[in-house]
Design a protein around this ligand. Structure first.
Ligand code: UT7
Length: 321
């Protein structure tokens, strides 16, 4: 019997401290009206001093496990997507494993920037369908506030801290739920469009975020729309079959442009970027969690989860909730 990878639990976490646009305008030459008009972002959350990425990830993972009605030792693999690891090594995922009280299985990080969560679902689906695990925690967690240049108004207004997690389970019975199709891509010729000014090997520092915003915007719209179309085609669906597109939350204008390009009604493009800014690998589960809290997510709905991030990396996961 074929195996289907089904999301059986969803959780998220945002740090307590909120940084509003008006507060940001006291630091750099910007204003609430510009940020809202050009990005849709109203506020972002900032991790407390001493609160690290694995702390955020652990909270989201706990919530996902609770939602699934499972315990940490029901999990075989912890996958953490992050560009803002606690340490250069070991992996943030092993800290999450330990903080959860999990004493079995395996845990590791991977880095695909803002596409991390989709890469994680793609990997989890491959592990589960290969029979090498039964349940996998996929976590996207970031503390971008630690690598943002707080003097660069072109980037510091965009990013925030947060985490989201799902439990993905191998279902061997008859089910219409689960991951129907996923694909991941990258093209390193665009590496300079979005990145940091340093890193472990190159500068022995983290560096700060730099971005050619307009170019990234253009790639985000065309590539995210394209990967959704590819998944629909591969599975014999049309745009009209989609209940929601939960895309990487970078900019509300990108989300509406992707919807427009697909011919998707605007209300079917989930938006949570207004509440937490761009949280990179955490943004898709945060958008799903917000929709769930609003009572909009229902079993059986068809969802596309496209993302694009530094690399460039991009991808999509089409699933039935
Ligand atoms: O997560 C990975 C994916 N990331 C993204 O997808 C981000 C993609 N890019 C974007 O979201 C947008 O390009 C930005 C929001 C970053 C910038 O928006 P834009 O519409 O592309 O603005 P721009 O950079 O072309 O700047 C327009 C003007 C410039 O002024 P002049 O040269 O026209 O006088 C900027 O200096 O707006 C100015 N500006 C600002 N003004 C007030 C740039 N940033 C700000 C700011 N406040 N924060």
């Amino acid at each position: 019997m074929s195996i289907r990878s089904v999301i059986v639990g969803l959780g998220s976490y945002l740090p307590e401290k909120i940084l509003t646009n008006t507060e940001l305008a006291e630091r750099v030459d910007t204003n609430d009206a510009w940020i809202v008009e050009r990005t849709g972002i109203k506020q972002r959350h900032i991790a407390a001093e001493g609160q690290v990425t694995s702390d955020l990830a652990t909270e989201a993972a706990k919530a996902a496990l609770k939602d699934a009605g499972l315990t940490p030792n029901d999990i075989d693999i912890v996958l953490v997507a992050t560009s803002t690891a606690d340490d250069t090594m070991p992996a943030t995922a092993v800290h999450v494993q330990h903080k959860l009280g999990m004493t079995r299985g395996a845990a590791f990080d991977f880095q695909a920037a803002c596409s991390g969560f989709v890469y994680g679902l793609h990997m989890a689906d491959a592990f589960l369908r290969a029979g090498s695990a039964k349940r996998i925690l996929v976590v996207g967690a970031e503390t971008f506030s630690r690598v943002v240049d707080w003097n660069d108004r072109g980037t510091c207004i965009l990013f925030g801290d947060g985490a989201g997690a799902v439990v993905v389970e191998a279902s061997e019975g008859e089910t219409t739920r689960g991951i129907l199709h996923s694909e991941i891509f990258s093209d390193g010729q665009y590496a300079a469009l979005l990145g940091t000014t340093g890193g472990t090997s190159r500068t022995q520092t983290t560096g700060v975020v730099t971005m050619q915003g307009k170019e990234v915007f253009r790639h985000a719209v065309s590539k995210m729309a394209d990967v959704v179309e590819r998944s629909l085609k591969a599975t014999g669906h049309t745009v009209a079959d989609l209940d929601f597109v939960a895309a990487h939350q970078a900019n509300a204008r990108i989300l509406s442009s992707v919807a427009e390009k697909l011919g998707l009604p605007a209300e079917k493009a989930l938006v949570s970027v207004d509440m937490h800014g761009n949280t990179s690998a955490a943004s898709i589960p945060l958008a799903l969690a917000a929709a769930k809290a609003q009572g909009r997510l229902k079993e059986g709905q068809l969802l596309a989860l496209p993302a694009l991030g530094a690399g460039l990396t991009w991808g999509n996961c089409l699933l039935r909730w």
